[in-house]
Write a protein that binds this ligand. Structure first.
Ligand code: SF4
Length: 224
């Protein structure tokens, strides 16, 4: 059974995109080489062998630590029970979760009657059960030098694009030209860090294009 390097597991409410408001269990995987300057989970970037903990130690820690632990799917399902989690929706996030082969994890979660969402930058091939909901938050021209892959673009159920400037809309337009089922995919614009100018740009563009606005609502109410 595949073992995953995990930064944290917690239960909260999904604050962004199509599942906004849905009680969810978050599995945050460790590791990401994409290098977004405004990343709010930089503590997940590196898998430092000296930072490995046991699952029990990691679950007792505060969030935003660069510690990590390993778990396979059965361990995670046991952890959900131990923690008395009630949510039936699981969000696999990061870091960049698609650095991992997620077939074992997504198969196991779906078999246990959870719905599964994967949040990815699109820069690594998605290897997961096809019933997983794919949230693509495309990271374009970041310092890691990774490209958004066609495979992820075609699998995406929603594209949640971070915006601060009009060039970000242009980048999304260029990306969508490669999208083969654009009628079926939900498009969200998400203002970066809730900046005023970014929010105004996102609102006016959503109205003009009939796209949707995604706000990081968890940040407004001070939850993770
Ligand atoms: S892809 Fe996600 S985790 Fe990686 S640097 Fe960008 S925002 Fe951070």
């Amino acid at each position: 059974m595949t073992s995953y390097k995990i930064n944290e597991v917690f239960e909260s409410i999904q604050g962004e995109g199509a599942f906004t408001g849905v009680p969810s269990i978050f599995i945050r995987l460790q590791g990401c080489p994409v290098g977004c300057s405004w990343c709010d989970t930089k503590h997940t970037w590196t898998v430092d062998p000296d930072k490995q903990l046991s699952a029990a130690q990691a679950m007792a820690e505060n969030n935003e630590s660069d510690h990590w632990f390993t778990c396979d799917t059965d361990d995670l399902l046991t952890l959900f029970t131990q923690q008395k989690y009630q949510a039936k929706h699981v969000i696999i996030t990061g870091g960049e979760p698609c650095m991992y082969d997620l077939h074992g994890l997504t198969d196991g979660l779906l078999a246990a009657d959870y719905s599964v969402q994967i949040e990815t930058s699109g820069t690594f091939e998605v290897k997961a059960n096809p019933k997983s909901w794919i949230t693509l938050s495309p990271k374009i021209n970041m310092q890691g030098g990774y490209e958004v892959l066609d495979q992820v673009l075609q699998l995406a159920n929603e594209i949640k694009h971070p915006v601060a400037m009009s060039k970000h809309i242009d980048e999304l337009d260029t990306l969508l030209q490669r999208q083969q089922h654009s009628q079926d995919v939900l498009i969200y614009l998400q203002p970066i860090s809730q900046q005023k100018r970014a929010t105004e740009l996102a609102v006016s563009t959503c109205i003009a294009r009939n796209w949707r606005l995604s706000l990081q609502t968890h940040k407004f109410i001070g939850i993770e």
